[in-house]
Design a protein around this ligand. Structure first.
Ligand code: ADP
Length: 246
């Protein structure tokens, strides 16, 4: 499997504090990966680097077959190249319907002038329906987003990100605040999405990570402490000491 994203030897210092320390990470084109680690391990800063929000002091971040240098791109260019990020709190437009939210996400893809000139085509309506079914909201198209459950809002936001057709999706704590049934559906959704794109999930909930059944990267003090299956990393003594606090 060819690598989609290759981060190597990256470091970030905030006011003399090394939040990311010589970190290397790579992910393939259709791969699901969980990133775990205690608070302050550097998970958010790592995602900020990949999305261009934070520029590292040193290291390389390369993208795709042509090894494009992401460090030379700004956040908007990185989003356009195919990296989508979902934050923990959903930011859907609550007074708009599911279909309207998805349509807005499609329109956002057409550039700033689309607000004035763009009218949705039949194809766009089909696309909205397809996106809604993809995230389990096919029967909720007309529903106001504000009336959706917490889990459904999260899925809607994933659907909105999918409108941009990302090749890499970064998802921050998707299971937080979800019911058991929603968590199971979210697991299935992320596993399905990772069949055709790379998906990185930052998650605290070990039970959820186990359900994902994917390779796990453990961050600690801004570096990769261990990598492998969940059973492999949780058997690592250093991981037990620093992460589980035993
Ligand atoms: P995590 O997401 O794993 O909890 P973070 O990436 O948020 O970790 O933070 C890593 C470390 O960097 C923490 O010690 C945090 O306090 C520090 N840090 C993060 N952002 C900043 C910032 N803008 N200025 C100073 N320190 C920061």
């Amino acid at each position: 499997m060819s690598q989609l994203l290759e981060v190597s030897g990256v470091s970030v210092t905030f006011d003399g504090f090394r939040a990311i320390n010589n970190l290397s990470f790579s992910i393939g084109e259709a791969e699901l990966r969980a990133i775990i680690g205690p608070n302050g391990a550097g998970k958010t800063t790592f995602m900020d680097i990949v999305t261009g929000k934070t520029k590292p002091d040193e290291g390389r971040v390369l993208w795709g077959e042509k090894s494009q240098n992401l460090l030379r791109m700004n956040e908007a260019q990185i989003a356009r190249i195919g990296i989508g990020r979902k934050f923990q709190r959903p930011t859907v437009f609550e007074d708009q319907s599911v279909a309207e939210n998805l349509m807005m996400a499609l329109r956002a893809d057409r550039g700033p002038w689309s607000v004035l000139f763009w009218r949705p085509s039949r194809g766009d309506h089909f696309k909205v329906e397809a996106l809604a079914s993809q995230v389990g909201l096919g029967d909720q198209l007309a529903r106001k987003s504000g009336e959706l459950s917490h889990g459904q809002k999260q899925w809607l936001e994933i659907g909105m990100l999918l409108a941009q057709e990302p090749k890499l999706l970064l998802v921050d704590e998707p299971a937080a605040g979800m019911t058991l049934a929603e968590r199971e559906q979210t697991t299935a959704l992320l596993v399905e999405l990772a069949k055709t794109r790379a998906v990185v999930v930052v998650e605290h909930d070990m039970d959820f990570v186990r359900r994902l059944g994917c390779k796990v990267t453990v961050l600690h003090e801004g570096s990769v402490l261990a990598e492998g299956s969940l059973d492999h990393v949780t058997a690592n003594r250093q991981v037990i000491e620093v992460y589980l606090g035993r």
